[in-house]
Structures are given as C-alpha cells and as structure tokens.
Design a protein. Structure first.
Length: 399
C-alpha cells in the first residue's frame, strides 16, 4: 500500500498503476494519522501541488519518526533548488508528475531500501515478520486455489503458523475447497478498518484440521466491491506480525486488492498451464510486474499440468517467457478428486507426484529464510532437483 498526500480526488487513479494500491489523504494531519494507524506502511507519495515547505516539513517528520519509511516527492518541473531542498529534508527521490515510469522505478528503489532498513530494525527488535506468498495468474482455471490451499495446509502441518486469505472476493473457493463452513469473512473486517489487530483477525478466521487458518471471501459476490484495497493492505501488514506465513489466493485480474498483495509480498508464485492464452497472460503479467517495479527475484514460475499432451511443451513455454520454470507440477485426476473430498492432496496422498512437486515449491522457494529464524531454513546448496523441477533455457528442452 502507498499513502498519497494530494488534494486531487482523481490522483489515486493517476498514480496507482505506477506505485500499486493507494490510500489518499488531503492534508498533512490526515497523513500523520494514517501513518500512526499503519506501522507497516513503507511508501509515501507527496503530490505536485503540495507546497514545498509543507512537503519538506512532513518529510523531516518521517525521517525522525519512521526512518524506514520512504518519501517520494512529485513536482510539475524539476530544478536544482527543489532537489536540494527536498534531499536535505529526507525525501528519497523527486520525480516529475507525468513520468509514471520514473515514478515506478523510484517506488521500487524506495521499497527495496525500506525493506533493508526495516529488516535491520526487525532483527534488533527480534519481532516476527511473516513471509507473504501471493499465488497469481491472469487466467482463470489454472489451479491457483489448489496451490494456495495445498501450500498453506502443508506449511501449517509442519508446525508453522499460517494464514490463508481468499482475495478472489467475488467467486472465492478457499472455503469450499477445504470443506470449511466459515461463519465470517473478509467483509467483516471492513468495519474495523484502521483498527485491525490480532483479535480482529481471529474473529474472522476459520481453522482447518491441518492447523491452517483461513479468511474466506464474502458469501455474496456483490460484497466484493465493499472491500477496499486499503483494508486488504492493513490486514496483510497486521497479519505479518502474528503469523509465520501469509498465503494469498487471488482472482485472475489486477484488482486493487491484488496490487495491495503485490506490494507486501515476499514471494509471487505465478502459474501457467500448457495453453497459449495462459502463456500469453503470464508474459503480460511479467511485463506488468516490471512496470510496477516488482523485484524479479521474488517471482517463482510454476507450470501446472506440465505433462498434458496438448501440443505445447515445457520448453515452448520457457522460450515464450524467456524465463526459467522453477517447478513443474504433473497432471493428475487425483487433484480434482482431492478437491471434491475437501482434503489437500499434499496431506491426503503425500507420496503422489503432485504432492512431491508442491512440497518442492514450498520447501525450496517459499520456506527459504523462514521468519523468526537466524538466516532461516535456506535451500540446501546441493539439494538434488526433483523430477518436477527446473526447466530453463539452458536445458536439453531448448531446441
């Protein structure tokens, strides 16, 4: 999430594609109040029409009170005097208001710096910080919910404290896929916006037999529009302080909720299948993430149903994406059967090839540097790749 100080009501729509989901305020006192209620906020954007003295005063406040917080300043035009005054006040970068690409790059650099600063503070404080894992594909039907429920249940079964959030707010299937009967959903957090804490989260979770805790999508699709992206951002930031892993299941679209998830994610699991629309959409997703300034090393490409005989091969996907496939998950009728039973296959049939591939994904790409550990459970340097894994441009599949 990004805090924007700008009096123009249309400013959020102008800048959200460059910096992600936005919470806009009109005044400096309002900005201070939002920051007090959002300790995990990492980026503040000051609009081009905010006067220079007020902008610098606010930046100096942030530098003292929240050193990990990045402040970016937008101006109609740049000159040496403006740059000097801004940098002395602690503004990280000054960007022209119409340069959205430059803004996206500046936001990415600022977030990377904030993560390093916040990581140092976290190490000193010894506090818990969850790894946030977003499961995404811009095409429906590729298995996002199956991945999210299985990864969440597997991590929970190993003793980790895991929260699974269904962000497919109109047609989410997390609850039914795990045969849970949620009494509450994410819609119940909307009235608590600005005051979401551990108790608020506990009041809306449903617990699975594996130990996984899940927040379901609203029962009525019409309620999806009532959940603002800012509430999702606040939920994620609070959950990071109380869980080891936060897994986010998403719809096949770049909604404000998905953008909020991207902002706070440590790992993006991007799924494709062996069909041209899925590969095309994944290529567009990678391009969009580049434009948003998302870190490339946070992305994990997964090919689901990788051995389906449909005229495309894994090496064709690698060639189209110009990027390696981290994990390949085989096709199996056991997967929909497990969904119909409401039991994650990774727990129900642990020796199944699909289960092995899902554990490979969780152990080698998600559990690395586990929160709360000194250095974490790093991926073994000489671990043997499983049969499901690692198709790259350098392999024999490259024609």
């Amino acid at each position: 999430m990004t805090l924007l100080w700008d009096a123009d009501p249309s400013a959020s729509e102008r800048y959200d594609f460059a910096v992600g989901a936005i919470t806009r305020v009109d005044t400096q006192p309002a900005a201070v109040r939002v920051l007090e209620d959002a300790p995990g906020e990492a980026l503040v954007l000051i609009g081009p029409d905010v006067d220079m003295d007020s902008a610098c005063q606010f930046s100096e406040y942030c530098r003292v009170e929240r050193p990990e917080l990045g402040v970016l300043l937008l101006r109609r035009r740049l000159d040496v005097a403006v740059l000097g005054q801004a940098l002395r006040a602690g503004v990280r970068e000054v960007v022209t208001a119409d340069d959205l690409t430059g803004l996206a790059d500046a936001a990415r650099r600022s977030r990377e710096l904030s993560q390093r600063v916040a990581g140092h503070v976290g190490e000193v404080a010894g506090g818990r910080t969850a790894r946030v894992v977003t499961i995404f594909s811009a095409k429906g039907g590729v298995g996002k919910t199956t991945f999210a429920t299985n990864i969440g249940a597997y991590l929970a079964s190993t003793g980790s404290k895991v929260l699974l959030v269904d962000l497919d707010l109109a047609f989410g299937d997390v609850g039914i896929s795990l045969q849970m009967l949620p009494q509450n959903s994410i819609i119940d957090l909307v009235s608590m916006a600005g005051n979401i804490d551990e108790q608020a989260i506990k009041s809306v979770v449903t617990k699975h037999d594996s130990g996984l805790e899940a927040i379901s999508a609203p029962a009525e699709p019409s309620d999806a529009d009532r959940v603002p992206g800012s509430t999702v951002g606040e939920l994620i930031r609070v959950a990071k302080r109380h869980y080891d892993f936060v897994v986010l299941d998403t719809p096949p679209a770049f909604t404000s909720h998905v953008l909020a998830a991207f902002d706070d994610s440590d790992v993006l699991v991007l799924i494709a299948t062996l069909d041209i629309p899925a590969v095309k959409n994944l290529r567009l997703t990678l391009d969009t993430l580049d434009l948003l300034g998302n870190a490339k090393d946070s992305r994990v490409i997964v090919l689901n149903r990788s051995d389906a005989k449909v005229g495309l091969r894994a090496e064709d996907v690698v060639a189209a994406l110009k990027q390696d496939i981290a994990v390949m998950v085989p096709n199996s009728t056991a997967v929909p059967a497990s969904v119909n039973r409401g039991v994650p296959i990774v727990l129900d049939e642990p020796k199944h090839p699909v289960s092995a591939a899902l554990r490979d994904l969780a152990d080698n790409f998600i559990r690395t540097a586990e929160p709360g550990s000194s250095g974490g459970a790093a991926k073994p340097a000489n671990a043997a790749p499983t049969r499901s894994s690692r198709w790259s441009l350098s392999r024999g599949g490259n024609r």
